[in-house]
Structure formats: structure tokens, C-alpha cells
Write a protein that binds this ligand. Structure first.
Ligand code: FMN
Length: 237
């Protein structure tokens, strides 16, 4: 398709028109007339210019085809970031991975054509900065948002778990005119010795009083699930 583009023909025209000398080794100032020399020089110059124009157009064409994509995530203990990396690996297309803690909302909202947004889930739900980002993107995100995901302890295996997951997504999507067509909840991870004091205390109490068990490590992360979610997104870029 690129080769049928207009600039290719113009380059070809230039090349045919310029007819560079066949034997460059024998070209010397003494062996050709001034007129021949000027013609040959003009021929090479036009060849160089047309080559540059052709190459330049290919670059521009590439940029036109590729829409810029970023994945914005919020993590506390790392599982959401890993999940985001697996999604991008599965997507197999260039995209920037952005920590919500380190971005300017307005720069990201104006600088990318496609956005994927993911959050870990903690006692009070979706990360507050992710919610603020949705608020900042009210109106804009309706056309840019490709997918959302959460990384959590709740599972879709139970009615209660599904209700929780629906609730997390509802809080994320409340500023949108319609929910994105791709959303997924992934299993997260808990490593007790990594928890900060506040989270440790809160979870110990929660496990004892609600789950009636001791707080312990668990890991439900699944790289393959995240990768296949990513590869499904590729066709929507
Ligand atoms: C303090 C704390 C509270 C949590 N509360 C919930 C919760 O309310 N619902 C849930 O599904 N998962 C909950 N989880 C599990 C996390 O969603 C899970 O550990 C996830 O991997 C966190 O993402 P991160 O590793 O990127 O920080 C909680 C985890 C922590 C540490």
C-alpha cells in the first residue's frame, strides 16, 4: 500500500528523469564537458532529494498509522504493575507504562490516543488517584479509553465476589458516558511480610473477624490470563 502512494511515483519520476551516469569510476572533471558535469550533478542531487522525500514520507505514514497508547496503573505492592507489564507484552504493540503516582493527568490525557487504566483494590476500593484521573478525563476518556482492569482478592467464582468486582468497576466508570467494552478483574497477591504496619493491622483484624482465619500469603496472579487479555486488545488499537 505504501508503495502505491503518491510520493513513490514522484520519486520514480525523479529517478527516471535524472538518469545518473552508468559508470561513476570514470567520471572525472577532465573527461566530461561542463554541460555534462552539471547534468550529472543535477541528476544525483535529484536522486538524493527524491530518496529523502520517499523516506520521509514513509516515516510520516508510519506515524499516521500508529496511535499512541499508554497504560496507566496504580499499585501498592507490585502485583498490578506486573499485571500491566504482562498485558502490554500480550498486546505486542508499543505503549508507555505509566505509574499514576508519577504523571501529570492533563499531559497524559492530551498526549495519548488510547488509554488502558488499571488499579489494585484496597480496603476502600479503587485507588483514589485513579478515580481522580477518571474525573480529570471526564468527556475525553469516552473516546480514548480502550480497557480497564483491576487486580484484587475478590474472585468471580462466587456471587458475592462478582458483586464486589462489579462495584469496583462501577466506581471506576462512573464518569464515563458508557463503560469500556473491555474490562477484566485479575487475581492479585498478598505477601504478609511486605505489608506496611497500617495494612498489616487492618488485614489481621479483617481476617480474624470476617474470614475467621489467620492472615497468610496468597498469590493468584496469572501471567497467561493477563497476556491473553493484552492480545485481545491488540485488534482494538
Ligand atoms: C490493605 C489491603 C486491603 C485489601 N482489600 C481488598 C478488598 O477490599 N477487596 C479485594 O478484592 N482485595 C483486597 N485486597 C487484595 C489486593 O487487591 C491484592 O493484594 C492486590 O494484589 C493489590 O494490588 P498491588 O499488589 O498492586 O498493590 C487488599 C489488599 C490489601 C493489602
Amino acid at each position: 500500500m505504501i508503495l502505491l502512494g503518491k510520493p513513490y511515483y514522484s520519486s520514480l519520476l525523479f529517478i527516471c528523469w535524472s538518469e545518473p551516469p552508468r559508470n561513476l569510476q570514470h567520471m572525472s572533471y577532465q573527461s566530461c564537458t561542463r554541460r555534462e558535469f552539471l547534468l550529472k550533478t543535477a541528476g544525483y542531487a535529484s536522486l538524493a532529494i527524491s530518496g529523502w522525500m520517499f523516506g520521509r514520507h514513509l516515516t510520516v505514514y508510519g506515524q499516521e498509522c500508529r496511535r499512541s497508547t499508554a497504560l496507566v496503573y496504580a499499585t501498592r505492592y507490585g502485583a498490578t504493575k506486573e499485571c500491566a507489564e504482562w498485558i502490554l507484552a500480550g498486546m505486542g504493540a508499543p505503549a508507555d507504562l505509566l505509574d499514576i503516582e508519577r504523571i501529570s493527568y492533563s499531559d497524559v490525557l492530551s498526549g495519548y490516543d488510547r488509554l488502558i487504566i488499571g488499579s489494585g483494590i484496597w480496603a476502600n476500593g479503587v485507588d483514589q488517584k485513579i478515580l481522580d484521573f477518571f474525573e480529570a478525563g471526564r468527556g475525553l476518556l469516552d473516546e480514548k479509553l480502550l480497557a480497564t482492569f483491576i487486580v484484587c482478592g475478590s474472585t468471580t467464582a462466587t456471587i458475592k465476589g462478582r458483586a464486589h468486582i462489579d462495584g469496583y468497576f462501577s466506581s471506576m466508570h462512573k464518569t464515563l458516558s458508557k463503560s469500556p467494552s473491555c474490562s477484566r478483574a485479575f487475581g492479585g497477591r498478598l505477601i504478609v511480610e511486605k505489608l506496611n504496619d497500617e495494612d498489616h493491622k487492618a488485614l489481621t483484624a479483617f481476617y480474624r473477624s470476617f474470614l475467621q482465619t489467620e492472615l497468610r500469603d496468597w498469590d493468584r496472579t496469572d501471567p497467561n490470563q493477563a497476556r491473553s487479555f493484552g492480545s485481545a486488545l491488540f485488534t482494538r488499537l
